[in-house]
Design a protein around this ligand. Structure first.
Ligand code: FAD
Ligand code: NAD
Length: 482
């Protein structure tokens, strides 16, 4: 084997790519990972969008902005008073960069510990077993590998006629690095990114108006959860306008004029900054040489089967560049499974138990089927809904908004769907992933004893409501017959 030849080459070092690289190396494969991402100081940085401009910076700022809002608005109502709270956005952004750097450094340490060759620069699929690599500022080289894993991630979708300028019309990466809260932030798209970033800037002092083309809000969520979410966001002061399709935007010295269609009317809105968050598309530009003959699907995603094999033998694709939800944990699992299959394991990816979370306040987390999907499919089901307003811990935390909603099969009692809106929903959903993976029934969950006082106690309560129609703290048990 020459120095330019590997068992596995991975293109992309986001969660999908670095998982594939680390797992391949752990299982004894000679592995290289190519990634072109640079930090603000033009140094190579591992971790992809997730670290640099996605999960990690958004969650850091969501956490800090939540502290700020609590400190400035709510704590004094509970007897904690102090003077001179102020926002130091520069320090907040520095904290965010420090979190990213620490995590990226951690992956670099893992690469080194596992003997993975980290190639900083551009990767190009040339064909079966052949990859082109151009180092930053260097000349193209040709590499060979038995197995090639494509993990290039995704980039923001643009709207026709609305170009990002990085200053007034911005994407999510720009919105995570602003130097001052926008006076009036317009957000096109009230999806996951729109809601999370709108929450950050509203808490830090911006007026926020969200414009979304859809008639219904968060249409992929359970409808009951979605209604609760909408109520909460509107109460918090987000100006949420549905059925508002944005068609154009012009920048001037003061800000941006945004045109949108609403119920047949052409309307206009003035904002100081406009965040466009209307979805993401696979980052396949410049990734695949025309000779490679790799099939894409109708959405431009790399076509793969259920175990992430592409149409070229020995070439796999994982993460945001393939079908399925664009989630870091979904991509990381695909990367891990592909590496293990390359090394001879016969394992599958459990797509049906992958949870989703929106990290707003309240948080929204779910897995499995929604109630509207069960109805549409004609599946007989039972529903148990336990509101956090009844939870002692939620009262103590002043976090009484929301509920745990469990859906079970009417005949065999199997857990079919779990939907949580409330504080720490992102943590609570994990136990329901375990339950669904192990094929739990409502009755199993209803009999679980969780510590008191915790938000998690809402889970057995909701399960009892689904299976028997009442629980210890909700509903009335049928009168026992004499
Ligand atoms: P990426 O993380 O995008 O990494 C791909 C890497 O490949 C990048 O470094 C890129 O530079 C590199 N690359 C691309 N092409 C080439 C090439 N030709 N040569 C060399 N290198 C290349 N998901 C969650 O699960 N939870 C969250 O809380 C969450 N929050 C998010 C918040 C925001 C604002 C955004 C934008 C996304 C968020 N996501 C979240 C989605 C998550 O970031 C993605 O699903 C995840 O990063 C996808 O991982 P990946 O490895 O497929 O791609
Ligand atoms: P999205 O698909 O969640 O939302 C896009 C929204 O834009 C939709 O509601 C759509 O109706 C709206 N839209 C499209 N065109 C429009 C127009 N012309 N005018 C007005 N509205 C319009 O996409 P996103 O929020 O950009 O997020 C992209 C992906 O990133 C998500 O699919 C998600 O998987 C991932 N992500 C995940 C997390 C998380 O897990 N917490 C966080 C951020 C991003």
């Amino acid at each position: 084997m020459t120095a330019q030849s590997y068992d596995v080459i991975v293109i992309g070092a986001g969660p999908a790519g670095y998982a594939a690289a680390i797992r391949s190396a752990q299982l004894g494969k000679k592995t290289a990972c190519i990634d072109r991402k640079l930090n603000a100081a033009n140094e190579p940085r591992l971790g992809g969008t997730c670290f640099s401009a996605g999960c990690i910076p958004s969650k850091t700022l969501l956490e800090l902005s939540e502290f700020y809002e609590h400190a400035s608005q709510f704590l004094s109502q509970h007897g904690l008073r102090y003077e001179h709270l102020s926002l130091d956005l520069e320090a907040m952004m520095a904290r965010k960069e420090q979190v990213i750097d620490n995590l990226a450094q951690g992956i670099a340490t893992l690469f080194k510990a596992h003997g993975i060759t980290w190639l900083a620069g551009h990767g190009l699929l040339l064909g079966e077993r052949r990859v082109g690599f151009t180092p930053h500022g260097g000349v193209p080289q040709s590499l060979e590998a038995e197995h090639i894993v494509l993990a290039p991630g995704s980039v923001p979708v643009t709207l026709p006629g609305i170009a990002f300028d990085g200053l007034r019309i911005i994407d999510s990466a720009d919105a995570l690095s602003l130097t001052a809260p926008p006076k009036r932030l317009g957000v096109v798209g009230a999806g996951v990114i729109g809601l999370e970033l709108a929450s950050i800037w509203r808490r830090l002092g911006s007026e926020v108006v969200l414009l979304d083309a859809q008639e219904s809000f968060l249409s992929h969520c359970d409808e009951q959860i979605m209604r609760e979410a909408q109520r909460n966001f509107v109460r918090q002061g987000l100006d949420l306008r549905l059925n508002a399709r944005v068609t154009g935007a012009q920048v001037d010295d003061q800000g941006v004029s945004v045109q949108y269609q609403h119920e047949g009317h052409a309307l206009e809105e003035r904002v100081t900054h406009l965040l466009v968050a209307v979805g993401r598309q696979p980052a396949t530009d410049g990734l695949i040489s025309p000779q490679a003959e790799l099939a894409l699907d109708e959405y431009g995603l790399i076509h793969v089967n259920e175990v992430c094999e592409t149409t070229l033998p020995g070439v796999y694709a994982v993460g945001d560049c393939v079908r399925g939800p664009m989630l870091a944990h979904k991509g990381a699992e695909e990367g891990r499974v592909v590496a293990e299959r390359i090394c001879g394991e016969d394992i599958q990816i459990h797509y049906s138990t992958i949870p989703q979370v929106i990290y707003t306040l309240p948080e929204i987390a779910w897995l499995g089927k929604t109630e509207q999907a069960l109805k549409a499919e004609g599946v007989p089901y039972r529903s148990g809904v336990f509101p956090f307003s009844v939870s002692g811990r939620a009262r103590a935390m002043d976090a009484t908004s929301g509920m745990v909603k469990l859906l079970t099969h009417q005949e065999n009692d199997r857990l079919l769907g779990a939907h949580i809106i409330g504080a720490q929903a992102s943590e609570l959903i994990a136990s329901l992933v375990v339950a669904m993976e192990f094929g739990a029934c409502g009755e199993d969950l209803a009999r679980m004893v969780f510590p008191h006082p915790t938000l998690a106690q809402a889970i057995p309560e909701a399960a009892a409501l689904a299976t028997q129609g009442y629980s210890l703290h909700m509903g009335r048990a049928p009168t026992p017959s004499p």
